[in-house]
Ligand binder design. Structure first.
Ligand SMILES: O=CC(=O)O
Length: 336
């Protein structure tokens, strides 16, 4: 049982859907245990009763929020003192209060899954850009209502349009390459300007320039306290008339009510959304607007990508238990 010795437990929060063999093989570094809780109250109760004592690592999925709720300070402090690692199976880890994990004594080291999500998420991004520019949602809707072409406003070509990418991480950079194949000119804004090599020659602009010059604005930045509602009423006012807005990041990086207003006024021509502020609740102003193309958080919803993500997250646990270091710690804890 590796260097961790007898008694090391690994807790699964959520489900392994694809990489079951890889998960089962982890039993050579620890005992694999599950939760019996079905909601936060039960989970907290079990933690306080010592049910998870000896758990050294947790593997969690996006949907395990339905069991534990947010991994906030209250929950972090209720988790067993044996816990050292939390491997999140996803790129975005906004559900986890990393600061509380770092501050706990002993700290909990957190990892996410970068890279493996990039291709599939950027593919959905392209689907939404094309769908929103071309008004495919309106067309598909009319067809099902028995009205053929001619009922839907004429769309726009991607070729020659300026795509502004807000957040030039792995997904943003992947999207850049794909969008160029459709003839789009890519500009970006990011906390830090990237090297020429990393940005692939995309032009770096200020946040305000990005808002003012994009024909299509794509949101590809993580959600945190600095990015919540980074796109709101004032930002829509700075955009071009008839802009297209696309979001595959997290719903709350944009003020959804402000988007609905901007769509209703015609400021925004159309939108393509994979993520929503209060998932799975969708703002009725989006639901009822056939100009917007809506997808239920399907960015990484492919067998291949989900398998890679699960294997990656499991590898984080294996590596942590075998070497004392996670494979892909979250950036906030990179120096720990
Ligand atoms: O939303 C999906 C992810 O964060 O991986």
């Amino acid at each position: 049982m590796g260097s961790n010795g007898a008694g090391t437990k690994i807790l699964l929060l959520g489900k392994i859907d694809h990489a079951q063999k890889t998960w089962d093989a982890l039993s050579d570094v620890g005992e694999l245990v599950k939760t019996g809780a079905s909601n936060r109250t039960e989970f907290l109760q079990e933690c306080r009763e010592g049910k998870y004592d000896g758990v050294v690592a947790i593997y969690r999925t996006f949907h395990s929020i339905s069991i534990t709720g947010l991994i906030d300070e209250e929950l972090v402090n209720a988790l067993p003192s044996s816990l050292k690692y939390m491997a999140h199976c996803g790129a975005g880890y906004d559900m986890i209060d990393v600061h509380a994990c770092t501050a706990r004594n002993p700290p909990i080291r957190v990892s996410n899954v970068p890279t493996a999500v990039d291709d599939a998420t950027a593919d959905v991004n392209i689907f939404l850009i094309l769908g929103a520019l071309r008004n495919f949602n309106g067309g598909m809707h009319s067809l099902r209502e028995g009205k053929f072409i001619g009922q839907t406003p004429v769309g726009h070509d991607p070729r020659g349009k300026v795509l502004g990418i807000l957040g030039m991480g792995g997904i943003g950079r992947n999207l850049k390459k794909k969008a160029e194949a459709f003839g789009m000119k890519v500009i970006y804004h990011n906390r830090r300007q990237l090297s020429e090599e990393l940005s692939g020659g995309a032009q770096y602009v200020t946040f305000d320039e990005l808002l003012a010059t994009s024909d299509v604005l794509s949101l590809n930045l993580p959600l945190n306290k600095n990015t919540r509602h980074i796109i709101s009423k004032a930002e829509f006012a700075k955009m071009k008339d008839g802009v297209v807005v696309v979001n595959t990041a997290r719903g709350a990086v944009m003020d959804e009510a402000a988007l609905v207003e901007a769509l209703d006024s015609g400021k925004v021509f159309s939108a393509g959304l994979d993520v929503f502020e209060e998932e799975p609740k969708i703002h009725p102003g989006l639901m009822n607007n056939h100009n917007v193309i809506l997808v239920p958080h399907m960015g990484t919803w492919t067998v291949e990508t989900m398998t890679s993500m699960e294997v990656w997250a499991i590898d984080n646990i294996r590596q942590a238990l075998e070497t004392g270091k996670l494979k892909s710690p979250v950036p906030e804890q990179a120096d720990m």
